[in-house]
Design a protein. Structure first.
Length: 122
């Protein structure tokens, strides 16, 4: 697990998370594939009690929320750490549909979320 980037656990207690084996089941892929997705920046995980967990909000019925990987890439290019990305994705923003960037992504507003992420780089 040492090669997997992990964010500090800055999530509110009410944010639902799943351990990697359950993420793999939800995505219908192997746990190794989930670890690769974390290394490739398609997902972000936090460590709790020695185990890795992924926010449930990153998942939808048929996979990972559309636009999440691209948003993570934009934030990484802007110099954000995984912890800063997680904090930003779950920060309240009443000007976005869904009130947080991650919820806006879940409601097909990825273009606006990525535009705002790009604007923060300058």
């Amino acid at each position: 697990m040492s090669g997997i980037p992990v964010a500090d656990d800055v999530l509110d207690a009410d944010v639902a998370v799943l351990p990697l084996p359950e993420v793999a089941t939800a995505l219908n892929v192997s746990a190794n594939k989930v670890r690769q997705m974390l290394r490739d920046g398609h997902l972000i995980a936090v460590r709790r009690k020695g185990e890795l967990y992924v926010p449930v909000a990153f998942l939808v019925k048929d996979g990972v929320v559309k636009g999440l990987a691209g948003t993570i890439t934009v934030l990484a290019d802007a110099g954000f750490s995984r912890t800063e990305m997680l904090r930003w994705l779950f920060a309240a923003d009443d000007t976005l549909p869904g009130t947080t960037p991650v919820n806006a992504l879940r409601t097909s507003h990825g273009t606006e979320v990525k535009r705002r992420a790009q604007a923060m780089a300058f």
